[in-house]
Structures are given as C-alpha cells and as structure tokens.
Design a protein around this ligand. Structure first.
Ligand SMILES: [Zn+2]
Length: 114
C-alpha cells in the first residue's frame, strides 16, 4: 500500500466508511477475491469495487460536510493564519492531497480528544 493509499484508507475509516482489503483465494478455476464486506462472496478481479482515491478535493469536503463538526474543521484550516480565498485554493485545492492530509490530521486529533 502506498502512502497515498494509506492516507485514503485512514480518511475513509475516520469518516465512517469502509476500505476494501481484498484477499486472494485460489480455486481450480483461477483466482477469486473476497473482502470482509462481502463475507463469503468471492469476486472476479474485474468485479472488485474500487476504494476511493479522493483525488478531487470536493470528495474530501463532501465527506467532511456530513459531520456535525464540519465548521470546526473549516475553522482549523484557517487557525494559524487567516487564509485569503486565493491562498486557500492554492494550499488546499490545487496542491494534490493537501486537503486530504489536513482532514486526516484533524480527524485524528479530534478522535484523540475523546
Ligand atoms: Zn470491502
């Protein structure tokens, strides 16, 4: 798993989602796969649902918007220095993975408070 995939997995799980971890099962007819979400259902490689990539920052925001503390997250992004909209776009939208990374760090810090 790459660092990026690890980050996506953490974000998915911190926001209540499921991250598929396919395990291979060899049969006389070839390899099949299963994940705990499919219990004992074995799928062909081409049938495996993809895990989210969050390449689009909108996907990160959509997941964060579902949370009651979404406003707190937005405030945290502006905490250290008030960001102008241009700075926000450059720092969190244009920079690949920056918003995802910020969200994971914030979610972990929030989880550690409980
Ligand atoms: Zn799964």
């Amino acid at each position: 798993m790459t660092d990026r995939e690890q980050l996506c997995k953490e974000f998915t799980e911190l926001t209540g989602g499921h991250w598929h971890e396919w395990r291979i099962h060899y049969t006389p007819n070839g390899s099949k796969f299963y994940c705990r979400c499919h219990s004992d259902i074995y799928l062909e490689a081409m049938e495996l649902p993809d895990n989210p990539t969050y390449e689009n920052p909108a996907d990160v925001l959509k997941a964060m918007m579902k949370r009651d503390d979404y406003d707190d997250f937005l405030r945290e992004l502006q905490k250290n220095h008030w960001l102008e909209i241009e700075e926000f776009i450059e720092k969190y939208i244009i920079e690949p993975g920056a918003l995802l990374k910020a969200a994971v760090e914030w979610l972990k810090a929030e989880a550690a408070k409980d």
